[in-house]
Structure formats: C-alpha cells, structure tokens
Ligand binder design. Structure first.
Ligand code: NDP
Length: 504
C-alpha cells in the first residue's frame, strides 16, 4: 500500500468528517443516534461489500501486460491487433482455479483458468482458456451437473469423492481431461509455470473473407513446473495463496512472466475430412496434423493497483470477438458464449461493460441506455434508437463474418464417434507415448489417493474406463484401490450402458 499525501476524510457524498472513532450518542454510554449519517453511511456500505462470487473460477489472480506480434498472420486473419509484426496490444490476464471457493487454496488439483482480455483498437477480444488443451465434457447441457460434482455434497456440504467419480465414470468422454488433471499438470507450481490453451476451436478469417479454424496455444517461457501431490497438499494448508503471491511478487521484482503464443490452423476442407470431430473440445489436434504456428509473445509487467476494481470486477467472455475472429460450432463453446455474459450481468449488473477494467479502450458507440449504475454519460443527447437520421452510429457491412454453410435435422443429436473407441485414443497417446515412467507413476499415485475414497462400485466403473484407455493404466489403478484386475478387465469389455448397469 502506498503512503499518500494527507487528505481530509469525507463521507461518500464528499463532506468533511470531523471524527471517525466515536459514534454520535445521547449521553456518555448512550444509544447511537439515527442522525449520525456518517456512521450509517459507513456501516451500510460495509454491509454491501460482497458481490456474488463466480460460480466457477472464483479464486484468481490477475496482472496487466501486453501482446506483441512476432510473425505475420495477416493471410489468416484480418484482426487489427494481429496486423503487423512488432505491434503491441495492452491486455489483462486472470488466472484461477475452477472448483474452489474464493478463499480456497491455490495449489488444489484442478484445471487453471487462463483468461485474457486484449484491449484492441477494434474492441475487446477475450481468449478465455484453461491450462489444459481439452475439457471434461463436450455438451453444455452437462455443465451444471458436472460442476455440482466438483463442489459440495448437498447434505454434508463436503467435497464428495462419490459424486466426483460417479459423474466422471458415467461420462467416459472425460477421461482425457481426467488423465491430464491427475498428471503433474493438475497442480502447477505457479501461474507462471503453466501453458494456456483456447481448448476450443475458433474461426479466423482474413480480409478476403476466407476462413480457417484455429486453436490458441500459450507456452510458458518459464518452463512447465509442477508440484508433487504431497507438496501441493502441504501448501494448501501452509500457504493457500501461494500462486497469487508468486505472480504478484515476480512482477513487483520486475521478473516479468512471458508466454510464446502459437496457433494451430486447419482449413475447412481439412476439418471436413478429419478423422476426429475437429470441434470436439475433449480432443486435441495432434501436432503432427496441425503444427504450432508462431504468432507472438505475451508479457505480464504490471500488477493491479486495486484487486477488486481490476481483477474481481474483470468480466471475461469467449463471446468478446473482434473482426477476423469468430466462434466455431463447438457445442461447449456455444454454451459459454451465452453463460459468461449472463453470469457477469448477474454478478456485476447489466452495465458491467462500463466498468473501467471492462470498458474497451476504443470507444463503444451503441443504443444501449439506462439501467443500474450507468457510469458514463449514457449516450448524452444523442439518439437512442436505430435507424435514425440524427447522425447516430451505423452498422458497417464491411465487418461481416464470412457466411458458413450450416444445415441438418433439428434434434438432440447424440455424439457419433467415427470409431467406438474415439474417446480413448488421445488419452492413450498421452499415457503411452507422451508420459515418462515417472509421469505415469505420479498419475497413478494421484488417482489412487483420490479414487480410493469412493464406493467400490464407482471405483470399479472408473477403473474400467481407465482400462479402456490402456490395460496397464486400468490395472495399476485397480491394484492401487484394492480391486481385482480380472473383474476390472471384464467390466472394461462392456459398452458404456452395460458398464453403468453392471455397476449401478
Ligand atoms: P506431441 O508429442 O506432439 O505433443 C505432446 C504434448 O503433450 C505437448 O504439447 C506437451 O506439452 C504435452 N505434455 C507433455 N507432458 C504432458 C502431461 N503430463 N500432461 C499433459 N500434457 C503433456 O503429441 P500429440 O500432439 O500427438 O499429442 C499427444 C497427446 O499429448 C494428446 O493426445 C494429448 O493428450 C497431449 N497433448 C497434446 C496437445 C496438442 O495440442 N496436440 C497439447 C497438450 C497435450 P509441452 O510441449 O508444452 O510440454
């Protein structure tokens, strides 16, 4: 905290205050008086200090910085902030855990949020990603249920291993993300030592209106560093704010964290013919199919002056696009396009985009008016309707997204994998080819220490899902949680519906 020059204390209405230590009373011990407006003002404001915490990603830390373009990508996107090598754009980043409450420990096993707000000259572009390249589920209809299982039991108000593993084992598409979550990357050493991924696929389109599909990758220049389980557990007790402190202190010491930024790109034709569903957020695009193309570098070089104003009130949304970038048909993304704006309206109010941290640095011109906490001049005396002949802002068809051909039968379509075992192919590659012996040892240990607390039938079902990924994976987990290998192997031979029935 800075030592500011001495100023006279005032009420919230700006009137000087003579005494801030003694309430006005009738007599010496006396009852307090209603006419002590300063007391009432102070207490009443205090009573209203809390806003709803985020339903997910409640615990977070943030910092300001910039993005610098290092490679020409103008043949892929018309985005102005990516238009020139060397161009810098200011940004805000908020890192977070997902499931825990606002006071929960930074070192908990959880994905980490990796949200960026680029303040571009064409409005704010938000890249709201995670430190994992995939997600647990591929349909937003499952999201509230999934999050409930990561939170607290409705009766005990305790975290519940039965809820946690029951849902995941009944939702085998989750096993790719579960494998990453229970690897070392589920407990990063700090926010500086992890990658960020858009996970979703997005559209990029260039000035000629040609579109491609892309995924963002932010690779930490500090190198990946993770905590072993025991260390993460110890820190949760001894230093629950360890990652928040690490980020603040590094920047304060001018040790600015940086990320090298890449995209993977596929043409519409490649996506059409791809062996996986390219828009399925439970899958990556293997690098051999879509190599990383360098775009730029992100540096964080400024701490917030005030946490609440600049981090708690920051409102990120994957629905904040700029010309040159748009959504893909990924169903999970489509759900998020709604939910983020919606949750901010609930959390911060309908005019949340006017808060200084959320307001675009480029001016916003529109016909939205009024509402609680209208912080600007509310459009002044300009027209408040469109069309008008009083010189109000006009849409510009030059900014239209390229048309995309979409057709099909309207229904609640179940996911149709190209091959029945599609959900297990990529976690298998991770387990078998990417992980080292030591990575696999940590993975099994981390899973066993959590899964062992679930009921036997749920342990059986989840071990069978791991077995489907790789027999060695399933057998090692089974052994660790006291299950017979033969029983797990038999269950792993069942389809998902039969497996659910056999372990009901
Ligand atoms: P590659 O060998 O080209 O890439 C492997 C990737 O795995 C690297 O990006 C590496 O990240 C990351 N990685 C290394 N160790 C771990 C770990 N313990 N947990 C999670 N990720 C790790 O192979 P492919 O592209 O063919 O992908 C193989 C598998 O790797 C995928 O099925 C997926 O599970 C995983 N993966 C793939 C990513 C992708 O975008 N293709 C991204 C991240 C993981 P780094 O280089 O930063 O260390």
């Amino acid at each position: 905290m800075n030592k500011d020059p001495k100023e006279t204390l005032t009420t919230s209405a700006g009137a000087p205050v003579d005494d801030d230590q003694h309430s006005m009373t009738a007599g010496l011990p006396g009852p307090a008086l209603l006419q002590d407006i300063h007391l009432i003002d102070k207490l009443a404001h205090f009573d209203r200090e809390r806003i709803p915490e985020r339903v997910v990603h409640a615990k977070g830390a943030g910092a300001h910085g910039y993005f610098e373009v290092t490679n020409d990508v103008t043949r892929y996107t018309r985005a102005a902030f990516l238009s020139k090598v060397g161009k810098k754009t200011p940004l805000l980043v908020r890192f977070s855990t997902v499931g825990g409450e606002k006071g929960s420990a930074d070192s908990e096993r959880d994905p980490r949020g990796f949200a960026i707000k680029f303040y571009t000259e064409e409005g704010n572009y938000d890249m709201v990603g995670n430190n994992t390249p995939v997600f647990f589920i591929r349909d937003p209809l499952k999201f509230p249920d999934f999050i409930h299982t990561q939170k607290r039991n409705p009766q005990t108000n305790l975290k519940d291993p039965d809820m946690f593993w029951d849902f995941l084992s009944l939702t085998p598409e989750s096993v790719h993300q579960v494998t990453i979550l229970f690897s070392g990357r589920g407990t990063p050493k700090s926010y500086r030592h992890m990658n960020g991924y858009s996970s979703h696929t997005f559209m990029w389109y260039n000035a000629r209106g040609e579109h491609r599909w892309i995924k963002w990758h932010f690779k930490t220049a500090q190198g990946i560093q993770n905590l072993a389980r025991e260390e993460a557990v110890r820190l949760a007790g001894e230093d629950p704010d360890v990652a928040t402190r690490d980020l603040f202190q590094a920047i304060e010491a001018d040790n600015y964290p940086a990320w090298n930024v890449f995209v993977q790109i596929m043409t519409p034709d490649q996506v059409e013919k791809y062996r996986f569903d390219s828009f399925d957020v439970t899958k990556v695009w293997p690098h051999a199919d879509a190599p990383l193309i360098p775009v730029g570098r992100m540096v964080l070089d400024r701490n917030p002056e005030n946490y609440f104003a600049e981090v708690e009130q920051a409102a990120f949304s994957p629905g904040n696009f700029v010309p040159g970038i748009g959504p893909s048909p990924d169903k999970m993304l489509q759900g998020r396009l709604f939910s983020y704006h919606d949750t901010h309206r609930h959390r911060l109010g309908g005019n949340y985009q006017l808060l200084p941290v959320n307001a675009p640095k480029s001016a916003a011109h529109n016909y939205q008016r009024d509402g609680f906490m209208r912080l600007d001049n509310n459009g002044g005396r300009g027209p408040n309707y469109y069309p008008n002949s009083f010189g109000g802002p006009q849409p510009d068809p030059g900014f239209a997204q390229p048309p995309i051909d979409v057709q099909g039968i309207m229904a609640r379509h179940a996911y149709r994998p190209a091959r029945p075992e599609d959900d297990f192919v990529q976690p298998r590659a991770l387990y078998e080819k990417v992980m080292t012996d030591s990575d696999r040892d940590h993975l099994i240990h981390n899973i066993v220490e959590h899964l062992k607390n679930a009921q036997r039938r749920i342990r059986l079902r989840q071990a069978a899902v791991f077995y489907k990924v790789h027999p060695d994976y399933g057998c090692r987990v089974a052994e660790g949680v006291g299950l017979a290998e033969a029983e797990v192997k038999k269950l792993a031979g069942l389809g998902q519906a039969e497996l659910a029935e056999a372990t009901a």
